[in-house]
Design a protein around this ligand. Structure first.
Ligand SMILES: *Cc1c(COP(=O)(O)O)cnc(C)c1O
Length: 384
C-alpha cells in the first residue's frame, strides 16, 4: 500500500490512542454498573422487574413513537413486527438485498419469501423509485392486493433498512406503500437516534424494529425492541412475545402459540443506563465524522459517506466510499493487518446460499456498492 494509506492508518491509531483499534466497542461507565448492580441486588434479573417497563417507556419517549416493546434481540423484533402486520406463509416481502442477514431471516421464520430490491447510492438504503419501477414490471393489483405476476404470490409488505444509521427516502417510500397497499415495517436496527425530516426512524411505518446488540450504537448485551404508534399492535406484540399468557394471578392459560422473546430485566437495566447517553454518543460520532472527513482528504479516489439530504443520521458506522479502480480487499487486508479493524459491507442477500433462488429486481447499485464500501473504526472517542 502507498504512503497515503500508511498515514491514514497511523492517524486513526493516534486518534484512538491504541495500537489495535476495534470497529466498534460499547461505552460504559459507573451508571451501567450502578443500574445493573441495583437489578442484581433486587433479585429480579429475569422475566419480571421494573427496568423492562421503564426501558420501554423511555424508548417511546426518546423515539417519539407511542409504544415500545422490549425483546431479546433485533431479529426477534423483526420476526414479530412482520407477524403482527399480517405477513402470511407464502407471502412475498420486499427488502434490500444489501442488508444484514437478519432482515431476510425474519421473513423466512414466517414462511414468507424475501423479494430483493436495489438500494440508492445516495442513502445506501432501499430506493423507492426503483422499487416502483420494479412493481410496474412484475406486479398487478388484485382485489386491492399487490400480486407478483411471475410467482402468483401476494406481496404483503416492504422492509427498508436504514444502513449504518442513514435513513432511506421515507416520504417517497410511504407514497409507494400507499399506492400498492404494502405494509411498511422499518428495520431500524442501526438507526436509533437517526431522524428523517426531524422525525425519528422506526415510527414511519406500521411497526419498526430496533437492535441493542453489543456492536450497535447502544447495547443491552443482547436485545431489541418493537416500535409502533398503534396500541392494538403494541398490546398484541407484548402478548405474543410473552408466551401469549393470559393475565391471571396463578393460572397458566395461553390463548395462542407465543414466543419467549421478552427482554430480561437485567438487560433492560443496562439499557436504561445506555439510553441516557445516546445524545452524547451521537454527538461524539459526528465529531469522528468531522475528523475522518479531514483524514480522508489525503486519500485519492476515496470519500467519506455523508448523510443524505432531509436526514440527520446517528453515524453508527463510519463508511469509506472507494472509487471502482481501488482493490477493496487489498485495502481491507492492509488496514486489518495494521491494527485498524475494518469490514466490507455485507454480502448481498441474493448471493447467499439460502436466498439465491428468491425473487429479485435489478440490483445494479447493490452490486456496485458491495465492492466499494468499507466500514472503519467508529467507537465514540473518549475525549472531546
Ligand atoms: C443488528 C441488525 C439486526 C438484528 O439485530 P440482532 O439484535 O443482532 O438480532 C437486524 N437488522 C440489521 C440491519 C442489523 O444491523
Amino acid at each position: 500500500m502507498n504512503e497515503q494509506w500508511i498515514t491514514f492508518a497511523n492517524e486513526i491509531k493516534q486518534l484512538y490512542k491504541k495500537d489495535i483499534v476495534p470497529l466498534h466497542e460499547p461505552t460504559f461507565d459507573e451508571t451501567e454498573i450502578e443500574y445493573v448492580t441495583d437489578c442484581v441486588k433486587s433479585g429480579w434479573v429475569s422475566s419480571v422487574g421494573k427496568y423492562v417497563d421503564r426501558f420501554e417507556q423511555e424508548l417511546a419517549e426518546f423515539t417519539g413513537v407511542k409504544r415500545a416493546v422490549a425483546v431479546v434481540n433485533g431479529t426477534a423484533a423483526l420476526h414479530i413486527a412482520l407477524k403482527i402486520v399480517g405477513v402470511q406463509p407464502g407471502d412475498e416481502v420486499f427488502m434490500p438485498s444489501l442488508t444484514f442477514v437478519a432482515t431476510a431471516n425474519a421473513a423466512t421464520y414466517l414462511q414468507a419469501i424475501p423479494h430483493f430490491v436495489d438500494v440508492s447510492e445516495k442513502t445506501l438504503g432501499l430506493d423507492p423509485v426503483k422499487l416502483e419501477e420494479h412493481i410496474k414490471d412484475i406486479g398487478e393489483m388484485k382485489n386491492g392486493q399487490l400480486m407478483n405476476k411471475q410467482t402468483g404470490r401476494v406481496i404483503r409488505g416492504v422492509v427498508p433498512m436504514h444502513t449504518f444509521g442513514h435513513p432511506v427516502e421515507l416520504d417517497l417510500l410511504i407514497e409507494v406503500c400507499g399506492r400498492y397497499n404494502l405494509a411498511l415495517v422499518e428495520d431500524a436496527a442501526e438507526s436509533l437516534g437517526s431522524y428523517y425530516k426531524g422525525k425519528h426512524t422506526g415510527g414511519f411505518g406500521l411497526v419498526g424494529a430496533l437492535s441493542f446488540n453489543g456492536n450497535k450504537i447502544m447495547t443491552t448485551g443482547g436485545g431489541g425492541a418493537i416500535l409502533t404508534n398503534d396500541d392494538k399492535l403494541a398490546d398484541y406484540a407484548k402478548h405474543i412475545t410473552t408466551t401469549a399468557k393470559v393475565p391471571h394471578n396463578w393460572a397458566y392459560e395461553h390463548d395462542e402459540i407465543g414466543y419467549n422473546y421478552r427482554m430480561p430485566n437485567i438487560n433492560a437495566a443496562l439499557g436504561c443506563a445506555q439510553l441516557l447517553k445516546i445524545p452524547e454518543f451521537i454527538e461524539k460520532k459526528r465529531q469522528i465524522t468531522e475528523k475522518y472527513g479531514n483524514l480522508v482528504k489525503g486519500l485519492d479516489g476515496v470519500r467519506l459517506f455523508n448523510e443524505p439530504g432531509n436526514t440527520r443520521g446517528n453515524y453508527w458506522l463510519q463508511t469509506l466510499v472507494l472509487e471502482q479502480r481501488h482493490s477493496r480487499d487489498a485495502i481491507l487486508d492492509f488496514l486489518n493487518e495494521n491494527g485498524v479493524m475494518s469490514r466490507p459491507i455485507w454480502t448481498p442477500m441474493d448471493e447467499l446460499e439460502p436466498f439465491k433462488n428468491m425473487p429479485k429486481a435489478d440490483l445494479t447499485v447493490t452490486k456496485q456498492l458491495k465492492n466499494t464500501l468499507i466500514n472503519i473504526p467508529s467507537t465514540p472517542l473518549k475525549v472531546k
